[in-house]
Design a protein around this ligand. Structure first.
Ligand SMILES: NC(=O)c1ccc[n+]([C@@H]2O[C@H](COP(=O)([O-])OP(=O)(O)OC[C@H]3O[C@@H](n4cnc5c(N)ncnc54)[C@H](O)[C@@H]3O)[C@@H](O)[C@H]2O)c1
Ligand SMILES: N[C@H](CO)Cc1c[nH]c[nH+]1
Ligand SMILES: [Zn+2]
Length: 429
């Protein structure tokens, strides 16, 4: 049962700490099991991946890669309406992320110096897409499109084989719409290891993004350094701050939209209006009756749901900044008046007509967002996650002569005479 609480500042802080405790746990047994899988794939290549597919997915593949024809054939099975919606969403995501793209820079100076910075996409990226009901076509778009915009050379997707090597057609359709280059049917830690090290048939990637179960998340953590990884996403979160202008039916619906992801999801409303709090709880239990994933929603609300009544909206803003939620809805009279005071949130949804699922699917901003309070220092997935920068320097002889004294002084102070010598030999020409 979702609770209505009149929490004091201290109680609210304790509640935030409790919420943070639910994420990021793993156990030594899983760590060891995953380490073993990684080592087997590193040394055994394709055969090891296939053996684990047989063991964990009950599928004995002769090859792991889907051909382009197979991808197109699977995509053709999807409904036309779904494909059209997917393309319209993809266009918005592409447009939003195109605006994030950083340009290379060249800065010539009048004294014979040219400085610059090159921005390039990563060479090759792996995108993991979970199996079962947690593999979302929308997440394929959100992970792949920023990489495309960044100019990544090749995008390789891994997704579990499903029942006997039959992947979800909707996932494959999304891969085609987003522009994935190659798809491998493999899941779990073995898929992450194969992407990180490469095998006979699977190319080695530079970075792996995308969510997954405990085996996937642990493999990504263990392989960080061999490859780059994105952040490890925790259960979904929504916080709504609302004043008396909000509609309780909307608030109830939006709280449950995130609760349906996971029994560990958190859904919290904070308001200065007790009547609104009470009407929202009534609306919530009325609407719940109509929803398919009722069981998951109830478990999430019982465990990590709350309706908090505060003294004033200033307290609500402070709570939001302390919680640093993944999603923050501002259902208030003048939502823009709040925006400047909200420091920590993955994505902010302003007003009564910007519900969280608008961002999950369609508006174009990324739905891969920091969770568990990490919005204090992490950002949404973006084009920046798929680029690397390198600087370049050009000095003429005269320009180097002008700088030589300072460089030699600094090098000799550090007692690095070979450094100083590299400058001196040029002075003697
Ligand atoms: N946080 C997010 O944004 C987000 C989004 C979507 C999904 N998810 C998470 O993704 C997960 C999806 O889970 P899933 O399991 O359906 O798909 P998954 O793709 O993450 O994992 C399936 C793979 O796990 C491996 N596996 C299964 N049992 C194993 C075992 N006992 N030992 C070793 N490996 C084993 C298998 O190889 C299988 O292919 C959920 O935990 C969900 O919470 C998170
Ligand atoms: N809300 C999820 C991220 O927290 C993303 C998602 C995918 N599909 C629906 N929702
Ligand atoms: Zn969602």
């Amino acid at each position: 049962m979702i609770k209505i609480v009149n929490a004091t500042e201290r109680e609210r802080r304790a509640f935030i700490e409790e919420l943070k405790l639910r994420v990021g746990r793993t156990d030594p047994e899983t760590e060891q099991k995953v380490a073993r899988i990684i080592e087997d794939v590193r040394t055994g290549g394709d055969e090891a991946v296939k053996a684990y597919s047989e063991k964990f997915d009950g599928w004995t593949p002769d090859r792991l890669e889907l051909s382009r024809e197979e991808m197109e054939e699977l995509s053709a099975r999807c409904s036309g309406e779904f494909l059209e919606a997917l393309k319209r969403a993809a266009a918005n995501i592409y447009d939003f992320h195109s605006r994030q793209k950083q340009q290379s820079r060249i800065d010539p100076q009048p004294n014979g110096v040219i400085m610059g910075q090159r921005v390039r996409g990563l060479h090759r990226v792996g995108v993991y897409v979970p199996g079962g009901t947690a593999g979302y076509p929308s997440s394929v778009l959100m992970n792949v499109i920023p990489a495309k915009v960044a100019g990544v050379g090749e995008i390789v997707m891994a997704t579990p084989p499903g029942r006997a090597g039959h992947p979800d057609p909707n996932i494959i359709a999304a891969a085609l719409v987003a522009g994935v280059d190659r798809v491998f049917l493999m899941g779990g830690a073995q898929a992450v290891a194969a992407l990180a090290y490469g095998t006979e048939s699977i190319p080695k990637v530079d970075k792996i993004v995308g969510p997954g179960n405990i085996f996937v998340a642990t493999a990504k953590k263990q392989l960080y350094g061999v490859v780059d990884i994105d952040m490890i996403a925790g259960p979904s979160e929504i916080l709504i701050i609302a004043d008396s202008s909000a509609d309780p039916e909307y608030l109830a619906a939006d709280l449950m939209s995130q609760a349906e992801h996971d029994p560990m999801a958190s859904a919290i409303l904070i308001t200065d209006d007790r009547k609104l709090a009470e009407s929202t709880v009534s609306a919530l239990y009325r609407q719940l009756e109509t929803l398919a994933r009722r069981d998951i929603i109830e478990r999430a609300l019982d465990g990590y749901g709350a309706v908090i009544v505060c003294e004033n909206m200033k307290e609500a803003v402070e709570f939001a900044n302390q919680l640093a939620p993944e999603h923050l809805e501002v259902c208030c009279r003048d939502p823009f008046e709040y925006l400047g005071r909200l420091d920590n949130a993955g994505s902010v949804f302003l007003g009564n007509y910007s519900p969280e699922p608008l961002g999950d699917y369609f508006a174009g901003a990324n739905h891969v967002l920091p969770t568990g309070g990490t919005a204090r220092f992490f950002s949404p997935l973006s084009v920046d996650d798929f680029i690397k920068k390198s600087s370049f320097i050009y000095y003429t002889k005269d320009a180097l002569m002008g700088a030589a004294g300072d460089i030699i002084e600094l090098a000799e102070t550090e007692e690095l005479t070979a450094h100083a010598n590299s400058i001196r030999v040029r002075l003697e020409e």
